[in-house]
Design a protein. Structure first.
Length: 348
């Protein structure tokens, strides 16, 4: 097992069988070795810095009906909201003062947010905060729309592929959504010049080890700048209400594998990871992650952006997630930095 881990650290890719061994035959001792190698590479490129992204969940209206997601269109219990331009700009102002230099505008696929409205919004943020990066996470749009938003000043885009296996994609999504289109969006985004993030949920219903290997191979071929992974967590108002959540151990293992596959990748320790374990985000950083994405949304809407049950950072105590995370990171020997947190090229 150690030889396989060393090989992955050296050549950044493995055969399907080797990935399978890593994913299925892991012992506690090897788990620690895998994390150690992942941290070594992460320290060589990013030191002990942890990058932050201020997440602004600006709308929970969504025209899609993904079976896993709490804000899916058919969830009648979701209380819908949409932040106004002024509210979003006030999140940015607050975020800038707190030390954020990247804003992530995330939302459901909300028809109200036309290209015109979004372009105008992105342009204003870009003008007011020229030293900040603007990341969009607003789902599938046309190539032209992605281009217009890029021209307006957005430079990064998060669009999880969710699973790289056709049959599994169908198990998670209604038939009007396709893996093919998802992948095409990621290619368009990359070609336009965005820094692109893909990703998937760990332990989503029906996910097999083979599916995970396909995810890893797809990620290898796409060579994204960012990869977002977190455990699947059931939401009570979805078709998957009674499914099991993804495991902490498997998520951490995959974070370490991703760090070794893509040494420079921007890898968040996600809120979902922090939700399944009180120290989940710390453990994620110690497994090789280097980004955290605290919530910057107004506290009164946070409970409404419930993609899954029991999401953390939605109560009153969450007004200052940045401070909380900063303390948490210091306790494990890392520091939150005031920085755009750009991708660093390297030849490791
Ligand atoms: N559990 C965990 N992650 C989820 N997401 C959506 N629903 C869930 C859930 N129930 C993730 C998806 C999506 C991202 C914004 O949140 O991967 O791309
Ligand atoms: Fe949100 Fe701690 S990070 S409350």
């Amino acid at each position: 097992m150690k030889e396989i881990i060393d090989r992955l650290a050296d050549v950044h890719t493995l055969s399907r069988e080797e990935y399978r061994t890593l994913l299925t035959e892991m012992t506690a001792e090897n788990e620690e070795y895998l994390a150690l190698k992942a941290r070594e590479i992460r320290h060589a490129i990013y030191g002990h810095d942890v990058f932050t992204r201020g997440l602004i969940e600006f709308t929970n209206y969504c025209k899609n009906d993904c079976y896993y997601c709490g804000i899916r269109k058919s969830n009648q219990h979701a209380s819908r909201y949409r932040l106004t331009r002024e509210e979003i700009l006030s999140c940015c102002k607050n975020g800038y003062e707190l030390g954020f230099r990247t804003f992530v505008l995330q939302g459901g696929e909300d028809g109200y947010y036309t290209d015109e409205r979004l372009v105008q919004l992105v342009r204003i943020i870009h003008e007011r905060y020229p030293d900040c990066a603007i990341t969009l996470s607003i789902g599938e749009r046309s190539k032209e729309s992605y281009q217009r938003l890029y021209d307006a000043g957005a430079s990064r885009y998060l669009l999880r592929h969710e699973t790289a296996n056709e049959a599994h994609y169908k198990r998670l999504h209604p038939s009007n959504l396709s893996l093919q289109n998802r992948k095409a969006c990621l290619v368009h985004l990359k070609n336009i010049g965005y820094q692109v993030g893909c990703g998937f949920m760990v332990g989503s219903p029906g996910q097999t080890v083979d599916n995970l290997i396909e995810d890893l191979n797809y990620i290898s071929s796409l060579q994204p700048h960012m990869v977002g992974i977190g455990p699947f967590i059931p939401h009570k108002d979805t078709s998957f209400a009674n499914e099991k959540a993804g495991s902490l151990a498997m998520t951490l293992r995959l974070l370490s594998i991703l760090r070794l596959m893509l040494p420079s990748v921007l890898l968040p320790a996600t809120t979902a990871l922090g939700t399944i374990h009180p120290m989940g985000r710390e453990k994620g950083i110690l497994a090789g992650a280097n980004v955290v994405m605290p919530n910057l949304s107004p506290t009164d809407v946070r409970k409404k952006y419930m993609l899954y049950d029991n999401k953390i950072c939605t109560g009153d105590e969450a007004a200052e997630c940045r401070l909380c995370l900063s303390r948490r990171m210091e306790k494990i020997g890392y520091r939150l930095v005031v920085d755009r947190g750009d991708y660093r090229t390297c030849d490791l």
